[in-house]
Design a protein around this ligand. Structure first.
Ligand code: SF4
Length: 272
């Protein structure tokens, strides 16, 4: 099966545009010193590496500086939506009184944008055409919510939206997988050598693939929604048409020039 294209407008809307944001992801969340972050930072405090122009001062060496968690993070376009649309270009730096509401709105926007990523993926699957009406209705509802005011966003019930999307995405995956591939949903496959395991069209939703050896694996049309791919070795693997794969999942894994990804996802810089 050829790669599954997301429509360009959808893909563009769900891509971070840091130049139109004000470093929200570098201020709003808390960091705990760990393998992902070299420092502790409470929520709402700017990272010490955040420069005055709202750009990262160590952007080109995040991994060398012990901040791979920043490399993996993706806002799905929530940053620019929060600053430019929700707050009409106003931001926490110029108006500190906005900070709390802006950071809260960013959290909600990110959750909504991530849902949109999955729903756009579902809508790009011809095999799930019978479900497109339902997916489009939910996509439009979620997209409408991203245009809300700060107060409206504060009232969004994200868990309820996820609860609505989950079963629908599951049915989409069933149609795309077409009864092929093993069902390993939620399986603990951490550290496992899966190079010879048949995984084409596998159900790997929520699977723990931390550090798994997936070199050369055939993961075409596999459902990878929420699968933990941190440290997984995807060198030479084929993920063409894999369902619900995100940039954070890909960036958290290892791969190389031979790794094939679904359309709409690029090889992370650290794979080169
Ligand atoms: S290290 Fe850079 S990307 Fe990470 S939080 Fe700090 S400023 Fe942002």
């Amino acid at each position: 099966m050829a790669g599954v294209p997301l429509s360009p407008p959808a893909r563009d809307r769900l891509r971070a545009d840091c130049a139109s944001c004000t470093g929200l992801c570098c201020v709003a969340p808390a960091f705990a010193r760990s393998a992902d972050f070299a420092l502790d930072k409470p929520a709402g405090r700017p990272c010490p590496h955040l420069a005055a122009d709202a750009r990262c001062g160590i952007h080109d060496r995040l991994r060398e500086r012990g901040m791979p968690g920043c490399d993996v993070f993706d806002c799905f376009g929530a940053g620019q939506q929060t600053v430019q649309v929700t707050f009409g270009g106003r931001d926490w730096r110029g108006e500190p009184a906005l900070a709390r509401a802006q950071f809260a709105a960013f959290d909600t926007q990110r959750a909504l944008h991530e849902l949109l990523w999955y729903l756009e993926d579902a809508l790009a699957r011809p095999a799930a055409a019978a479900l497109h009406g339902e997916a489009r209705a939910l996509r439009d509802r979620v997209a409408g919510l991203t245009g809300g005011t700060p107060a409206e966003l504060a009232g969004v019930d994200v868990p309820a939206l996820r609860a609505a999307a989950g079963p629908l995405l599951g049915r989409v995956a069933e149609r795309v997988r077409g009864g092929r591939g093993p069902d390993r949903r939620g399986a603990d496959l951490a550290g496992r050598d899966l190079r010879r395991t048949p995984l084409r069209a596998a159900g790997l939703r929520g699977a723990l693939l931390l550090g798994a050896d997936l070199r050369g694996a055939d993961l075409r049309e596999a459902d990878l929604l929420g699968a933990d791919l941190r440290g997984a070795d995807l060198r030479g693997a084929d993920l063409t048409g894999a369902l619900f794969l995100t940039r954070p999942q890909v960036t958290a894994a290892g791969g190389d020039a031979a790794t094939r990804l679904p359309d709409g996802l690029e090889h992370p810089g650290h794979w080169r």
